[in-house]
Design a protein around this ligand. Structure first.
Ligand SMILES: [Zn+2]
Length: 129
């Protein structure tokens, strides 16, 4: 698999759909982000990628603070070369700004990234009323 930049395939319009129920059930929006890299670009085996990952991870706290978002948690499925991160975001535009920040571009450029707003099951049940 060749590394591709798929970071910004969504727009503000995709997230801020008029009448979106996301904004009716919660003042905070959760985003789940999956990032997949190729085996060739795995930071466990690729020295360049290891440096990029370590550099990004060192800046992550400052970047999330800059954009007013919070990392709820992060996990790695190492055998599939996938990381999963959940963000808590007060305003979806902050997530777009975070993902558009030049400091994230190098890290993103070697991965296929999907970032989607999610709701808890409890919030989803409220939407059924
Ligand atoms: Zn890997």
């Amino acid at each position: 698999m060749k590394a591709q930049a798929k970071c910004c395939t969504y727009t503000e319009k995709d997230i801020l759909t008029p009448g979106s129920k996301l904004f009716l059930v919660s003042s905070m929006v959760l985003f789940i982000q999956t990032a997949k890299h190729s085996p060739e670009s795995c930071p466990r085996h690729n020295a360049t990628m290891k440096k990029i990952y370590k550099n990004f991870n060192a800046k992550l706290g400052a970047l999330t603070k800059k954009h007013g978002i919070k990392v709820v948690g992060g996990w790695a499925i190492t055998q599939e070369h996938v990381t999963i991160t959940i963000f808590e975001v007060p305003d979806p535009r902050s997530m777009i700004k975070f993902m558009s920040d030049p400091e994230t571009s190098t890290w993103q450029s070697y991965q296929i990234i999907k970032t989607r707003p999610v709701v808890t099951l409890e919030e989803a049940m409220k939407m059924l009323k």
